[in-house]
Design a protein around this ligand. Structure first.
Ligand code: FAD
Length: 500
């Protein structure tokens, strides 16, 4: 790992020293006395008193700094000035105010799975909410209010204990916040909609006045425009979400099917059959396909249905060739726990490109997939598909959402993983090979896809704004101008405020 230069350390220490002492109990720097919708608001010139950093604070000279900074994707190594692990909302208010008053770049972080390293920043402050782990789940009202620091495994497990579920992605270590605020797709997407569709409220710390911060509650009746924006465009754009409230759905058991074909011999037939069936079948069935260099995997979850029904629905695909098939039934929390892969067993570096498709892939596009997968640079490369189509995600939730891809038949993603964990910045010779392969692969598929997924950002893509949000981008810019007119929350592909 590259060391911080002496100059950088001195600069970092000097700046952090100005406000880094932990004074538990020091009260906030937010602008006092403002009602949620009243008072001067985010664009006023009202000034806040000087802020101090509070919470668990890690600086470059502290032991554990490297681990506190490193993200899941070790391709991106950053050297922040200070990392604040908030212990409560006030710590977040203080951190944001401090960043504004000291003119320090800031990033928001939860589960550290940003696929471009955008939840961290050199010489800036990382406001990390991962230690906000509260859970309040009420079966009677079917609501769950949880801290923004839960990861997906913790959320699925906590809800599962109450026989409740919301959609999440498949990898448990991904932050619930990051996944939900960008959309959130997984096995339950067709049954329950996107994760963000179940989001009915949030507490969020926004920039307030000329140099302060304030926590506000958003729901379907308060700041409903901001709730709309958080449903698919909330990652690092409008403020720091500290808690999320979901409408959860009872889910007692699922049937989980896994099928493996040992080589790519049946690729064309499997792909074409899957894309003509999976988006149109019973909305309780969610399926994912992974095409690897020398195997094809199908994963399916039938919500509230028995094994026999899952096999019957999947029969047109399972009858191709000679796959090895296993089926498990059980509670969703238990099944979800069972298919997790420990992070230490995964490659260090990753790159994915995201794409939605509103039409089935023609033969030529499936041929592109075969050609690139046969030539994949590592065994951890794959082409991933997730069925959408006639499911609950095709309909907007009450109050609408910034997530636009309601007409998609399926989502897909070429991906490549390489390198050994614990050796970031090691100059792995595979890096340029992997990056070239995936850039060319995604480029070759461009004629067949419609839009991209903000949670799996496509760096270097022209018109990423419309690819992620379609025509919603204009409204997002207006909401940004209302809640973050000074553009405090910005990064490589953040939403700029509307200018008038
Ligand atoms: C291995 C892997 C598997 C994945 N699988 C899926 C999947 O199955 N389905 C799916 O939908 N997505 C999936 N994703 C994409 C995933 O949803 C995004 O990477 C997500 O943004 C990660 O969130 P995080 O909190 O872990 O990451 P972080 O790096 O902490 O944050 C990601 C982004 O969200 C912002 N952010 C985080 N917390 C907050 C907050 N509290 N308030 C405001 N902004 C915040 C950050 O600033 C950053 O821009 C996967 C990603 C990986 C790496």
């Amino acid at each position: 790992m590259r060391d911080l230069s002496r100059r950088e350390v001195l600069k970092a220490t000097a700046a952090v020293g100005a406000g880094a002492a932990v004074f538990p109990g020091i009260v906030a720097a937010g602008t006092p006395g403002l009602a949620a919708d009243g008072g001067p608001g985010p664009s006023s010139t009202a000034e806040s008193p000087p802020a101090e950093l509070t919470g668990r604070i890690v600086r470059p000279q502290d032991p554990g700094y490297a681990n506190a900074s490193l993200g899941w994707d070790e391709l991106f190594v950053r050297y922040p000035l200070v990392i604040v692990f908030a212990q409560n909302t006030q710590d977040v208010v203080n951190a944001l105010t401090w960043a504004r008053q000291n003119d320090v770049a800031l990033r928001v972080r939860s589960g550290r799975h940003s696929l471009e390293g955008w939840s961290n920043v050199d010489n800036g402050i990382v406001i990390d909410v991962s230690e906000l782990k509260s859970t309040h789940i009420d079966y009677a009202s079917r609501t769950a209010r949880v801290g923004a620091g839960l990861n997906q495994l913790e959320a699925v497990t906590a809800l599962g204990e109450h026989d409740l579920a919301v959609t999440t992605g498949t990898e448990g270590s991904v932050g619930l916040s990051g996944a939900t605020l960008g959309g959130g797709l997984g096995f339950l997407t067709r049954y329950l909609g996107m994760a963000c569709d179940s989001l009915i409220g949030a507490e969020i710390v926004v920039a307030w006045g000329s140099n302060g911060a304030k926590a506000i509650e958003v729901d379907l009746h308060n700041h409903e425009d901001l709730l709309w924006a958080l449903r698919g465009a909330g990652n690092g754009n409008f403020g720091i979400v500290t808690s999320l409230t979901y409408r959860a759905t009872p889910l007692r058991s699922v049937a989980y099917v896994q099928a493996t074909w040992d080589n790519l011999g049946d690729l064309e037939e499997i792909f074409d059959t899957w894309q003509r069936i999976a988006p149109f079948t019973d909305y309780r069935l969610g399926t994912q396909v992974e095409i690897h260099k020398s195997a094809i995997l199908l994963f399916a979850v039938l919500a509230d249905g028995p094994e026999a029904e899952a096999r019957e629905l999947l029969e047109p695909i399972l009858s191709i060739g000679n796959p090895e098939v296993t089926v498990q039934t059980g509670g969703w929390g238990e099944i979800y726990n069972g298919f997790q892969i420990p992070t230490e067993d995964e490659p260090a570096n990753w790159k994915f490109f995201s794409q939605f498709s509103n039409q089935p892939f023609p033969k030529k596009a499936i041929g592109v997939v075969r050609a690139f997968m046969e030539d994949a640079p590592t065994d951890d490369s794959n082409f991933f598909l997730q069925a959408f189509g006639r499911g609950k995600q095709a309909h907007e939730p009450r109050g609408g959402s910034a997530f636009p891809h309601r007409d998609a038949l399926f989502y897909s993603e070429p991906g490549v993983g390489w390198g050994t964990r614990g050796e970031p910045d090691s100059g792995d010779a595979l890096t340029p090979v992997a990056q070239t392969w995936i850039a060319e692969f995604s480029q070759a598929l461009r004629p067949y896809v419609d839009g991209a997924y903000v949670n799996v950002p496509n760096i270097g893509m022209a018109e990423w704004e419309s690819a992620y949000w379609g025509s919603n981008f204009y409204r997002l810019r207006k909401i940004k101008a209302k809640y973050d007119p000074h553009n405090v929350f910005q990064y490589e592909q953040s939403i700029p405020p509307a200018t008038c």
